[in-house]
Write a protein that binds this ligand. Sequence first.
Ligand code: SF4
Length: 219
Amino acid sequence: MEYEEDDFLQLSGVQHFVFCRRQWALIHIENQWRENAKTVDGAFFHQRVHDETSRERRGNLIIDRGVSIHSRALGLSGQCDVIEFHKTEAGVPLRGEIGKWLPYPVEYKRGRAKITHCDEVQVCAQAMCLEEMYACDLKEAALFYGENRRRQLVELSEQLRDEVISAVEEMHDLSKKNYTPKVKKKKCCYACSLHENCMPELQEKESVGTYLTRICGDN
Ligand code: SF4
């Protein structure tokens, strides 16, 4: 099955969805977004990465920044912070370049690794887009964390790919239904940029109806 372009969802939403389904829906269905110090700083961090738009060559390595990517099979579109193209016989032709090249996505993150593996799932989704666009098979991608300036390799395992597919299927389903999942308070609520919009403490409290039934009984 292939999605129509009108039904494409934002690729960046994959990390939100894996972090918390409700957070994804608040941002991508209800268009709520709360800027805080972290998100503003993160936006500047990505801007700096994307600003350097020219193609850079370093021997058998080509680096492209801020590249638009998509997948019809996943129904996703968005941007890759950095795509490295490595010259290899296992690669594919690249327009304007001699030889064969294999794309390698690198996703930049302002902070440090999160308590969930949402960044790994997102970069795997980027890799799956690149596989479809360049008709190639990729084994690895990378995350670069700005706080400790460390590059973390991500193996594109079958398990990670399955997670991308099931997350994206659920995102399309919820998007079609226009449905925002209910609060499920968890550890990552404290690190959530939409904590004030979501108010998990309030929403988890019992409803007035449940309260009255508990106090007064069924009579
Ligand atoms: S506060 Fe918690 S439940 Fe609410 S959107 Fe954020 S992570 Fe999800």
